[in-house]
Design a protein around this ligand. Sequence first.
Ligand code: 5BU
Length: 465
Amino acid sequence: MKKSTLNFNERKREFLLFCLEFNIIQFGEFTLKSGVISPFYIDLRPLATNSRMLRRLADLLLECVPSEEYELICGVPYAALPIATAMGLTCDKNIIIKRKEAKKYGTKKNIEGLFKSGQSCLVVEDVITSGKSLLETLPDLESEGLTVKNIVVVLDRMQQGVEALQNKGYTVYSLFTLMEMLHILKAENQITEKEFEDVVGFINQQSTLTPANKSLERKSIIEKASNSSHPIAKKLAKISEEKESNLILSADYTEFSEIEKIIEECKDDIVAIKIHADIIRDFDSKFHPEKLREIANKGNFLLLEDRKFGDIGNTQKLQLTQGPMKILDWADMVTAHAIGGKKAIQQLEDIAVIAILSMSSEGALTTDEYAAAAEEIALSTEHCIGGVSQNKINSQLLCFTPGVNMDSKGDASGQQYRTPEYVFSELHTDFIIVGRGIINSSTPGETAKMYRKRAWAAYQDSLLS
Ligand code: 5BU
């Protein structure tokens, strides 16, 4: 089969539209096994009869999980069995089959297939609801000596299943959450506003979506990232765990050599470096992006271009892809205002976007009302992984907070600072962005380490409280 030329998000959309066309997802009135009337119905089993879409789905799921993290693939019976097989054929890894009931004769085996104790296994599930069927399947695999760390699901119905598995130490990657699916279908005009609202209302009523009081609960970065479909959110969370860091260094220098120098000193303590490419006097559109990419890969951190897009969609797309910066060629993430509206931000779909919800500068016009509207846009936009915020974000968005300094309350130009402890405990921040607090220090490497440690400790405390 010819490889699709569409990007990840476009292929996700294509897959959903197919599901709708073939009644794999249906909207209407359905009586569930429990007797409850549901405004939607999802059954992924018929998917196996369309080899083209099954392959497309296999590709998408494989892209969700780093391939070096597993040797075998196992589908939870029955819906995920063909999906796991298609994945195995695509990535050339062996699959094993977990029986629904143990064989009553012969070998009485629970798991079929060739495997060795100690091998790592990726578990595949179609839909995760409460997580019950996965929690029943995993011990059978583990009792055979297999190591299970990662689970990939097509759809997270947002009924606490992911949380249940995370609490047991598993990493869950979901291709879609139910909310995301609804947003895509609404954006594609495949469901009406009323159908959208009916389903959201139903989910809320069933207490399946995070209830209002739950949304105030502090969620970890890993938890938020696993609910995000964007690989950059997951990568950022992974780096954060590995380095025990919530620190993004704002390298606001006007010479490229100074950026290289500060990275060398701080690379072990940061999850990302944030730059303003447009203030670098000698920015070389070919050499510098290549160099940045190389040192970021080597140092295991991401690149955030603080472009603060704020124009109409068409211009923003040109600013992302053209001009001397060619931001799309090298950055992992960009910042963008939501001031131009949802459609404008959608034009940046090829890159992970952190939407600016509120600003740290004195007299900023980002009122609570504005921030809430910007957050709504970010939440309903697939490639928005988080928000830049000076307030608590009560949703799944990752919260990035600049205006952090341990020793100063602000500068003469209206910048206002708070401490790492304050932002983690009061704002439930996930990542702090620190510039002059580090780069103006006489020992930036040591200072970055101190910020990392204080931030990580405050973050851990905030998870416990
Ligand atoms: P500082 O040196 O720690 O003050 O640098 C903060 C950086 O974060 C700087 O690059 C700003 O452009 C950026 N920033 C900010 O300070 N406040 C905001 O609200 C936003 C970005 Br949005």
